[in-house]
Design a binder for this molecule. Structure first.
Ligand code: ACM
Length: 701
């Protein structure tokens, strides 16, 4: 008999009966709604068998997901499973029961994703109302597979611990906004990210397919879009259909975005007559270049073109939602043109906000005529906008909430921008229903304190559909895109899926690290590719000291990296591209220093050892930095690490007995100051602030 222990999935998930933090030990991410943990487990062996029954069992998504699940079991365990043959319903190790067939046609917003997973008595039962729920439950099952803990007499191998899980999402719209305009991402990359998204239960790929830097879909009606509006890299319509089918099989909707009337240089390079002035126009290559003009909202021919274009694209993309951008239209792109000023006067438009409102309404009518709901960035919000529009907030929660108060559905991307290299803990702290904080923990401007709940009625709150992580790809290339998305996106996925009370940051990091490893077995290369890139940088030198140096730095945050003037043809191979956005080592060090200072110098020896090893690596890396041209710019980083480690070690030894000489602290502060919160090219030395804390804690002046 199995005894199940109900584990409350609240902030501090520790459970005294099971031991320390039971859900943590299961490494589930996103954390399910309810988990009960039992004793014992079900072994996973080469004789793994699967049955599927119930009205929805023959659904193609379920049927195709079963061999995929088995293939992943094989990869995760190294156990050959030569014949994942269907077994009869009561004998199969994995018994899938699908209660409903699901509706015909493409997946819709709000489709039921609920499932339950019961692991007990040598069987795993995955029950769901719909095929979609089965897909979600399979990911949970795969996360549960682990090497059986050793105990005398235990059969060595892999198993799934006995659990009962009831799960369903908090929000119905959980996405990634994926820019493939600034840097094109080939089909296999998009598919790999779809695999990762499905693994953490995200369900919308918002595909940003056009921008100033490129138009990325074949148009049969307007072929100049891909011919003149791209650098030759775009998806054919057959490739789009292939990706759509791949996503649908994994329970992911694809919402295309064609950004208009701004961010539209690629449209204008192809069809200059759409422009708000005479041009000439070109696709933007330097990301800092201001595009010359935007679309002309005053000409009927603009709407005739867009009607025909939207007709083609809404036929290609089956989703009910269609994103038309609408962000960042600079007023002078319109007011600089006499006939546009005349149009505004004739229509009594006081400003370009009203002109954009006119454009948005015209586009909404077109999108509606083609049977879709229009989604747009929050600039489209205006009093005349029909309530059928969906507001995609990138500028803050306020626009999301005021849209909901006015009766619009909305999704949040503000503060979920993965390209800005903020830590997972920051994105995790952002909740669509609560006031946000800043990356450093303060309130946003004069806004309410972080965490203050949105003041919405239950009906208004329901209009908030969820959110999307966003990845803008000015500074991303195919070889390091995974490392920008993962594993931090898993933390955002948890925010959208798991109960609102799931907020324990330490638990998130523990589970995110485990999830990060798991995702590499799925085929993502967010860990392995940066390693290869560093190997390339190291050339003939042993890479180990570079890896150590790399583990102590992070890319600079926010938009500051754009100051380095990258363009779409820039080489993105510097050290700042060959590291994760967030350093696990620096975070662990920060936490260890805090613990040392708070808890009677606990862990001082370990800190000494770390600093000694890092200081040595900073010395050892020097010949490589001196001789490898791409790395040479990082010599000051090695200087910094060496200095910081030396001062940090002195601080620790003065605190553990010796006393610091009279001027030591003043001199130490002066020595480390050039490295604390200072940028070196694109890099920050992320151990510096904790070293400063150590120095400040040394007794004396
Ligand atoms: C945006 O970041 N301009 C949507």
């Amino acid at each position: 008999m199995n005894k199940f222990v109900r584990v409350a999935l609240v902030a501090a998930a520790a459970c005294s009966v099971y031991g320390q933090a039971a859900p943590d030990s299961l490494n589930l991410m996103p954390l399910p709604k309810e988990v009960s943990v039992g004793s014992g487990s079900v072994p996973i062996t080469g004789a793994f068998t699967v049955s599927a029954s119930g009205p929805g069992a023959q659904d193609g998504r379920v049927q195709r997901a079963i061999p995929r699940l088995v293939a992943r079991m094989v990869r995760q365990t190294g156990i050959p499973m030569p014949k994942p043959t269907p077994a009869n319903d009561t004998e199969a190790v994995l018994q899938i029961v699908v209660a409903e067939t699901g509706h015909d046609g493409p997946q819709k917003l709000g489709d039921n994703e609920r499932y339950s997973l019961t692991v007990a008595d040598a069987h795993i039962k995955l029950a769901a109302d719909t095929p979609l729920g089965v897909l979600r439950g399979m990911e949970t099952l795969l996360q549960l597979v682990r090497q059986t803990p050793y105990a005398p007499g235990v059969t060595p191998g892999f198993s799934v611990p006995n659990v009962v899980i009831q799960d369903e999402p908090r929000f119905p719209w959980r996405g990634l906004s994926f820019d493939v305009s600034r840097h094109f991402m080939p089909v296999e990359t998009v598919k790999r990210e779809l695999d990762g998204m499905a693994a953490v239960k995200l369900n919308v790929l918002h595909w940003h397919l056009s921008d100033d830097e490129g138009f990325r879909v074949e148009s049969k009606k307007f072929p100049k879009l891909q011919e003149l509006g791209s650098d030759g890299m775009f998806y054919t319509q057959d490739q789009i259909r292939d990706v759509l089918a791949y996503a649908a099989d994994r329970g992911i909707r694809i919402v295309p975005e064609f950004d208009m009337p701004g961010h539209s240089s690629a449209f204008l390079a192809a069809y200059p007559e759409l422009g708000s002035g005479p041009g000439p126009f070109h696709v933007v290559h330097d990301h800092e270049e201001e595009p010359s003009l935007v679309m002309d909202p005053t000409k009927e021919s603009t709407y005739e073109f867009l009607d025909s274009f939207i007709d083609e694209m809404t036929s290609l993309f089956p989703d009910e939602y269609f994103h038309v951008g609408g962000d960042e239209v600079s007023p002078k792109k319109w007011t600089g043109t006499p006939h546009i000023r005349a149009f505004m006067e004739a229509h009594k438009m006081a400003n370009t906000t009203q002109l954009q409102a006119y454009f948005s309404k015209r586009i909404l009518d077109i999108v509606t005529t083609h049977g879709k709901h229009m989604v747009g960035w929050d600039e489209i919000l205006n009093p005349d906008l029909p309530k059928t529009a969906v507001i995609h907030s990138w500028r803050g929660q306020q626009s999301l909430w005021s849209a909901a108060k006015d009766g619009y559905q909305g999704i949040l991307s503000a503060n979920y921008y993965l390209d800005l290299s903020y830590p997972a803990s920051f994105h995790y702290s952002i909740d669509p229903m609560k006031a946000p904080g800043t990356p450093s923990g303060g309130a946003v401007g004069k806004g309410p304190a972080p965490g203050t709940p949105a003041n919405l009625t239950p009906e208004q709150a329901k209009l908030i559909l969820g959110g999307e992580a966003a990845m803008w790809e000015e500074l991303a290339s195919v070889e390091m895109i995974d490392a920008r998305l993962w594993p931090r996106m898993a933390a955002i996925a948890e925010r959208f899926w798991s109960p609102e009370s799931t907020t324990d940051v330490a638990s998130m990091y523990r589970r995110m690290n485990a999830t990060s490893e798991w995702l590499e077995w799925l085929g993502l290369n967010h860990r392995s590719n940066p390693e290869l890139m560093r190997q390339r940088l190291a050339g003939p030198y042993p890479v180990a000291p570079l890896d150590t140096l790399a583990s102590l730095v992070e890319p600079t945050k926010g938009y500051s990296r754009h100051a380095q003037k990258y363009g779409i043809f820039s080489t993105l191979n510097r050290l700042s591209f060959a590291i994760p956005s967030e350093s696990d080592t620096a975070r662990d060090f920060r936490n260890a220093v805090d613990e040392y200072l708070a808890d009677n110098h606990k862990g001082g020896e370990r800190l000494q050892m770390n600093l000694a090893a890092w200081g040595q690596a900073a010395k050892d890396v020097r010949p490589m930095l001196t001789n490898q041209s791409v790395l040479a710019e990082n010599l000051p980083v090695a200087d910094g690490v060496e200095t910081l480690c030396q001062i940090g070690r002195q601080a620790l030894s003065y605190m553990s007995g010796g006393s610091a000489p009279p001027d030591w602290k003043k001199n130490a502060k002066a020595k480390i100051e050039p490295y604390v919160d200072k940028r070196f090219g694109d890099l920050l030395i992320q151990i510096a602030p904790a070293i400063k804390k150590l120095v400040e804690a040394v007794p004396g002046n």
